[in-house]
Design a protein around this ligand. Sequence first.
Ligand code: HEM
Length: 204
Amino acid sequence: MALAFYFILSAPQKYGYYSRLRKELDLAFPDALGTLSLEKLNTLPFLNAVINEGLRLGSPFYLPRVVPPGGVEIAGKFIPPDTQVAIAAYSQQTSPENFWPEPLEFRPDRWLPGGLGPGSRTERTALFSFSSGPHVCIAKPFAYQEMRHVIARLVLAYDMELPGYFDAKRYRDGILNMRTTILQHRLPVVVRRRPGLSWEKASG
Ligand code: HEM
């Protein structure tokens, strides 16, 4: 979620991702501090596009596996037993064959109908943040609901921006390529209560 906010807030102003997200959420939830229905959150195209795009660029890990006795054939090649193999999720998720154009850039619109325009590619099955097969993340649906809920709640209730001193390149370089996603630096965000909301009612 920190990564989703990093990408939304650090994107060039012209894309206006934060205000687009707020607009979609305002239409769906006129009472910004009221209950957020999970069913409705599920159906919001831009919110879900932002989450998928954040996962695409924000899961740089690899998941090692050991080839069992007898070996296996992978992509036409025999791999002997005891060899460590891994799927490089980040390479797959940033490959121009799977995501085009601007595969390294945060462009949530690629997940919307029509993608990034004629000739654009969004290979949904290449998104590997939760792995797949027998060891797929057991909490994948829960994690999606959690991300939808927290992002929606924060965007509805708060105005946010990155502080002037924030170094976006240093932060991005600190998203490390490890067995799991490790963020080397904290994300500092300037947060203000959104004006015009009944905060007394919310805290009471
Ligand atoms: C965005 C959030 C999350 C991501 C990207 C994620 C990703 C993953 C991945 C890639 C695996 C496979 C690991 C492997 O095969 O070596 C995994 C497994 C697992 N995850 Fe998650 N996860 C997330 C959230 C959660 C949450 C919130 C929970 C628990 C409440 C959870 C519980 C588990 C468990 C128990 C497994 C092991 C499943 C098994 O081996 O059968 N995950 N997760």
